[in-house]
Ligand binder design. Sequence first.
Ligand code: NGS
Length: 350
Amino acid sequence: MNQRQETSLTVTRKAIFWKPCRRMTAMLWSLLFVIQFFIIGIFIYQGSFKNYVYVQLSKYQKVNEEHFDSTLENCLIRDTSEPAPKPKCPVISPYLIGYRKPVMDDEIHLVETLQKYRYAQCGGQFRPSNCEARQKAALLVPFRDRQEHLKIFINHMHPFLMRQQLEYKIYIIDLDKEIRFNRGVLLNVGFLEASKEADFDCYFLHDVDLLPEHDHNLYRCSELPRHMSVAVDKFNYRLPYLTNFGGVSAMTKDQILFVNGFSNKFSGWGGEDDDLYNRLIFHNMTVLRSMPDVSRYIMLKHDQSPPNAERFKLLRTGMERVMQDGIKNLKYKISNRTDYLLFTYINISF
Ligand code: NGS
């Protein structure tokens, strides 16, 4: 074998050895290339999946909240057991924190409220676990198309009332869309429906747009009806007029029955609370108010509803009707009643 032949043989050997080796390396590189894309793909997918879940979840929450549905879960399991005897709660709860500016965030979700205040039982009720509350209160809240306010209100009122060691239940009372808003009727219905369910010591006639700012504003009834919303920010924390009994007030069952509740005739905005005040005076009752630095409220912003043109005429003749017009002659039908976890919703029609 000459020199030339030997060189060509070595080249051929090298080619035989390296060719598949190069091919394998190329394949390996291609494989790594594909795996790299696969790994990147997984990361991207995970991110967008999380995002997708989040979008789905927030969509779900939004839809649910629009239908008040976010708190319905587990409501079918009712705890009907009688509570074991407990010592009475202290006169002043140790959990009071004084002044606290209410959270008025648009981003409040009832699902989150529910997670925070999960001690609330079905229908928006609560009782302290370690002591027996001194009073059992029903919060009657007339409602129409104020979902944004309702979220803020519910989110604020549960911890506020819990800190006061109250036993309570929140009722949201709504009227069929075709019927003109009537605050008096809704509160009368709330009173009648709540009284059917339990023996409440105190009924709060409570606007959904008013948030108490101070824990020492104790939600309790007295021997005489109480006007609670004495100092509202909208009125510069002053009483707009001396005979005002609107916003938030507290009455016992006997007091409400004694005056035959609200008149049912005040459709639209204004006057029904002034008429109730006249009923109290007519029945020789006066109104109690606490100190304005404690009875402070923030009013949530909203458009002014159209006033009832008839209200002054109705007010003038109100005491002629006091014996019939009210709880005694009220007829209504319940179109929907749902026990959500954070409140009881009642919708009525005639
Ligand atoms: C009076 C209304 C009341 C009402 C009060 C405060 O003028 O019903 O304003 O309203 N009386 C009459 O219209 C006769 S507020 O500004 O808080 O919505 O409660």
